[in-house]
Design a protein around this ligand. Structure first.
Ligand code: PEP
Ligand code: MN
Length: 303
């Protein structure tokens, strides 16, 4: 039976001619496009680790955490100045002041910044400060926002919609690419499914990492913080994601001595845990170069 609107991964070259692996044979079977964010290379020789608060709350909180993230050895700073919250009565982020704080944090630490933009009308303003624009899970289907960030000429971190199929996620990336911007990093952040919400926030879909890499040449990273919602699960989930081939991690960090964060405190890890994750990620460097070396050599079966 044929159903209107039904798509499968066989349709990906048609849905995503700009981003599919088969429509872009220059990337070969395993090649990843390196997305360079102010010198940080996603899809390069080692995984990228991004750490920082869920939301930018104050100068002391964010700049303090930026220094801790830097000392832990991470590559980039995250932090939302604009927050998509379930209730409109909850803290919505500190807006322009938050963007200013992020640029101070970058000036002090040298860490490039990724921050979320939620509204097409705000893209230019956020892009003035951000080194990388984040499109959040709730906005992955917002096609006018996707087109606008595609025109912003900044690398994009595109989170997977919490109920999005792989085809829908790649289709969303194609909207950005259609504007001429293929500096896109895909971010798996957990999907809704049975039994999300009982013992973890979402279901971390590790299988999607190799699946996405088979279909596209874009780098893929994982956000273990929103996927699990439980700080004790973040470190093992990070290791698992790296084992499955993730090109990096996006992790929420908090300094609990400053008090409870305004959002997502239960999933935030401390800087010492982040440092252990960074060490693990850096060990993957050797593994990766051995893997790509092995791919370059013809296998005994091919000789
Ligand atoms: C975030 O990373 O700040 C965030 C809100 O995540 P998500 O869009 O995945 O819910
Ligand atoms: Mn958060």
């Amino acid at each position: 039976m044929r159903i209107a609107g039904q798509i499968s991964i066989d349709d990906i070259p048609k849905i995503c001619p700009l981003l599919s692996r088969t429509a872009n044979p220059q990337y070969g079977e395993h090649g990843t496009r390196v997305v360079n964010v102010a010198g940080v290379r996603f899809g390069g020789e080692r995984p990228v680790v991004i750490g920082g608060p869920c939301a930018v709350e104050s100068h002391a909180q964010t700049v303090g955490l930026a220094h801790a993230v830097k000392r832990a050895g991470a590559d980039m700073l995250r932090g939302g100045a604009y927050k998509p919250r379930t209730s409109p009565h909850d803290f919505q982020g500190s807006g322009l002041e938050g963007l200013c704080i992020l640029s101070i944090a970058r000036a002090e630490t040298g860490l490039p910044i990724v921050t979320e933009v939620m509204d097409p009308r705000m893209v230019a303003e956020v892009a003035e400060v951000a080194d990388m624009l984040q499109v959040g899970s709730r906005n992955m289907h917002n096609y006018s926002l996707l087109a606008e960030v595609g025109r912003a000429r900044k690398p994009i971190l595109l989170k997977r919609g919490m109920s999005a199929s792989l085809c829908e996620w790649l289709g969303a990336a194609e909207y950005i690419a259609k504007q001429g911007n293929i500096d896109i990093v895909l971010c798996e952040r957990g999907i809704r499914g049975f039994p999300s919400g009982e013992y973890s926030r979402y279901v971390l879909d590790l299988n999607v990492i190799p699946a996405a890499k088979m279909l596209t040449f874009l780098p893929v990273v994982v956000d273990p913080s929103h996927a699990t919602g439980v700080s004790a699960m973040v470190e093992p989930a990070s290791r698992a994601a790296l084992e499955m081939g993730s090109d990096g991690l996006l992790i929420e960090v908090a300094d609990l001595t400053l008090g409870e964060p305004k959002c997502d405190g239960l999933q935030a890890i401390d800087a010492a845990t982040l440092a252990r994750i960074v060490l693990f990620a850096h060990e993957k460097r050797g593994v990766r170069s051995q893997e790509s070396e092995a791919r370059r050599k013809p296998s005994p079966l091919q000789v």
